[in-house]
Each structure stands twice: as structure tokens, then as C-alpha cells.
Design a protein around this ligand. Sequence first.
Ligand code: G1P
Length: 304
Amino acid sequence: MTEVEETENRMIAKPRKAVFPAAGLGTRFLPATKAMPKEMLPLVDKPLIQYGVEEALHSGMSNIIIVTGRGKSAIEDHFDVSFELEHLLEARQKKELLHQVRSISDMIDVSYVRQKEALGLGHAVLRAKELVGNEPFAVVLSDDVIDAEIPCLRQMSDIYEFYGASVVALMEVPPESISNYGVVDAEPIDHQGVSGRLFRIRNMVEKPKREDAPSNLAIVGRYILTPEIFSSIESIEPGKGGEIQLTDALKHLLRSRPIYGFKFEGKRFDAGDKLGFLQATVELALKRYDLGAAFREYLKKLPL
Ligand code: G1P
């Protein structure tokens, strides 16, 4: 391989690493999150973060980097081997449960890095710089649970491989909630004969006022980023809320690199919000082979 070919090859290598910022305080979910990380809140029977981790695994990213803070040791324990529990399940011949518990710690390679102060999403991502190195990587916000036939990160990884540029997940949101999101100004482009899904981003703004929003296209918590994002994060000043914002770093990166936005196929739940969490619980429970039918019967009988 020539040097040029090698460089091109490296540029479009599939992302293998996924960064999970998990140092936030979870104030939207108090008091449940007073002593428990919000990433450990269970949707049916799995903690929120595990949905994101499984999505990453099913998208070819087996190297998981979790950015944690104080009081988050339950996350580390969850992905660690639990000898006592495995021993008990083995002794009681609970094969299916044993398999489930083992598969959590077997399948993945997890590293942890600390974010000592919650200084913003951009700051959290920057903490993973050394572990990511010089390769493309995903960022997953585990509050955003995405139910999709093809995992959202896989859909985005395919776009990344095609264009060799950063990709953010997009979703249309109504005007009354647009100011909760990073919002893009973007031009639609055709991708392999499909229109209306892929966008080339012109500009973006973190949590604009409703009247200042450049569009109804909001960024949701899935990103595929090239490693240049780290120097962009290092170059920017604190933004909205006095925090180092990932959206501001992406805007900085836009000066030198194209960034794409992708309206993924699938349903996103904002599980960091109480109503969104309840909706996710109901819909995911209804889809479960072992619970769905009985739960549907129960719901039908409620005097709604
Ligand atoms: C973060 C990002 C925002 C994005 C959102 C998606 O905000 O800063 O740009 O739209 O996630 O969930 P947060 O919800 O952490 O305040």
C-alpha cells in the first residue's frame, strides 16, 4: 500500500470506539438520582446505559470508553464481572440469567476516565482524548434511547464510511421544545438515491430561543466524530450555561471540515425526562417477547 492509500484507508476506517459521557448530575430525575447514577435507571430490566452500549456493540464498536464522575461506581460494577452473582446463578442452574449477566462483562472492553467537574459535554468528550487517539469515534448520550431495526450508530457509521466526515444524528422537533437542543442550519443532499435524510450542515447553535432557531432539526445524542474535534474543543470558550459545549466545538470544526447530519430511521426516547422515560418503558415493554402480551392485556383493562 502506498502512503497515500494508507492515509485514505485510515481516514475511512470504521469507528471502533464509543465514548459515553456519564458524569452529569441527573437533576431532571431527582430524587431517584440522588444516590444512583441516572445512567443506571432501568428501562424494563436493563439500565439506560446498557441500551447505548449494546447499540454500539451491534454497530461494530466494541471499545467502550465511559467518562464518569463522583458517585458513579455502580456503572463500573455493572460492566464488571460479578463472581458472587455468577456463582449463585450457576449453583441454582439459572442458565439464561447467568448467560445474560456474563454477556455484559464478556462482550466488551470498557475503559473509564474521570471528569472531575461537570464542565459540559464538550469537556466530557475531551477527557477521552488519550483513550480515543487518532481515529474516528462515536459519542453516545445514554439519555437518548433509540429503538431501531438497524442500530442508529450503524446507520451513521455507514454515512461516515461513505463521506469520511463527522456525522451527527438529527430529528425534527416541534417549536415548543426546540430550545432544549443543539439546532442545525443544513442543506438536504441526496444520498444513494434517497433524499430528505442526509444534510450538509452549514451552521449550528446550542439551545437557541425558539424564535432564533435556524430550523426544526435538532441534534440527538449520537455523533460520529473525527479526532480533529479534540483541538476544536480545546480552542473554544465556555458557551451556553457557562459550559464547554460539543455543539460549539462542532461549529468550530465546520470552518475546516464538512459535517453531515443524518435523520436516522428509528424512534428516539428522551429517557432523561420523566415523561420520555415512561413512554420508553411502556413501548419497550410492549415489544418484549416475554412480557409484551401480558402487559398489553393489562394496559387494555386500565380505565383510561
Ligand atoms: C445535549 C447537547 C445538545 C443535544 C442534546 C441531545 O444536551 O448539548 O446539543 O441536542 O444533548 O439530547 P443535553 O440534553 O445534555 O442538555
